[in-house]
Design a protein around this ligand. Structure first.
Ligand code: PLP
Length: 367
């Protein structure tokens, strides 16, 4: 049996009639940018996350970049974040002109280790950006406490964490702003690029909104900032509104997949993802860990089971970031050689899950 890593076409098929109708309606309306679907989606997404505002933008990378820019963070400033993440986390900081200062992770949840913050602090530090990696929230209380003690902003990278909760609080409601991506493979994915910033800060929301739309003020063709063109379009917003209505159900399916793996892989010898007692994990990725990772991946591929590595090269070892200062990153460097993401998506069938579990069991004496 073929088990793809993810099946976006299956997700579309499940909603085809509704999506096709919504897309046709937008096309027929003649209104393609900043229309009623974008406003409605922003309202619905803010309500779903639990913030006063949500501002849609062109991508998750831009959500972070525009938030930093709106907070006045740029050249000469430092933002503490992790090296074990999608390179986009660092790219957005670089795009703002600031320097990402990369710290190590807690190997139990693959998220920023708050114990590393103190050593990364300099007189240029302006913000901390925890990344809720794989769908598990970061341990936010010590991060917030550190930030308050040093007068720093906290910006949450929520690109993989739609619906994740920290001590009952939704990802995107804890820091000054939550930055989401709607890249197609994300837990809430568009049929193209998109992103959003959630915040309770009315002024910050207004500034990000302006920056994303050329820097325009309240009046058309009157510019207060040198802004960007980074907007969600009506087609994507119409599709996201449909998918948002099913997001809780889809997250439930991801958690069901994780529960299946937890039970069936318990004796596999693999290190399985942990869910801290204060966390609600949304399993954007189901990441196991093995010293035999490469051979396991090869073995599964021979059985037509597709897996991926998130991420094979940490930010500090990317050629693009050569020479950038960072502290010791032993946990990051150990993890990148051992992590493997198993197929985990809401449309996966029981038979496909069985195939993965059997193949992993079979790998035990054979790799
Ligand atoms: C996907 C992702 C981003 C960037 O989102 P885009 O919409 O692709 O720009 C940022 N951070 C993390 C952790 C991501 O996974």
């Amino acid at each position: 049996m073929d088990v793809p890593y993810v099946d976006l076409a299956a997700a579309y098929r499940g909603l085809k009639d509704e999506i096709d109708e919504a897309v046709s309606r937008v096309l027929a309306s003649g209104h393609y940018v900043l229309g009623e679907n974008v406003s409605a989606f922003e309202e619905e997404f803010a309500r779903w996350v639990g913030t006063a505002h949500s501002v849609s933008v062109g991508s998750g990378t831009d959500a972070i970049y525009l938030t930093l820019k709106a907070l006045g963070i740029g050249a000469g400033d430092e933002v503490i974040t992790v090296s074990h993440t999608a390179v986009n986390s660092a790219l957005s900081v670089s795009k703002a002109g600031a320097a990402p200062v990369l710290v190590d992770i807690d190997p139990e949840n693959y998220c920023l280790d708050p114990a590393q913050l103190e050593a990364a602090l300099t007189d240029r530090t302006r913000a901390v950006m925890p990344v809720h990696l794989y769908g598990h929230p970061c341990d936010m209380d010590p991060i917030i406490e550190f930030a308050e003690r040093h007068g720093l902003q906290v910006i949450e990278d929520c690109a993989q964490a739609h619906g994740a909760r920290y001590k009952g609080r939704s990802a995107g409601t804890v820091g000054a702003a939550g930055c989401f991506s709607f890249y197609p493979t994300k837990n809430l994915g568009a049929c193209g690029d998109g992103g959003a910033v959630t915040t309770d800060d009315t002024e910050l929301a207004a500034k990000i909104r302006s920056l994303s739309n050329c820097g325009q003020g309240k009046e058309r063709y009157h510019n207060i900032y040198r802004g960007e063109v980074s907007r969600l379009d009506e087609l994507q917003a119409a599709i996201l509104r449909i998918k948002l209505k099913r997001l809780d159900e889809a997250t439930g399916k991801r958690r069901w997949v994780a529960a299946f793996y937890r039970e069936r892989l318990a004796e596999s010898g693999l290190i399985l993802p942990a869910e801290k007692e204060w966390a609600r994990h949304v399993y954007h990725l189901y990441v196991v860990r093995s010293k035999e990772r490469d051979r396991l991946q090869q073995f599964l591929a021979e059985k037509s089971i597709q897996t991926l590595i998130h991420y094979p090269v940490p930010v500090h070892l990317q050629p693009a970031y050569a020479g950038e200062a960072h502290g010791p990153l032993p946990e990051t460097e150990a993890a990148v050689g051992e992590v493997l993401s198993l197929p985990c998506f809401p449309e996966i069938s029981s038979a496909q899950l069985e195939a993965v579990a059997s193949a992993v069991a079979l790998s035990a004496g054979n790799i």
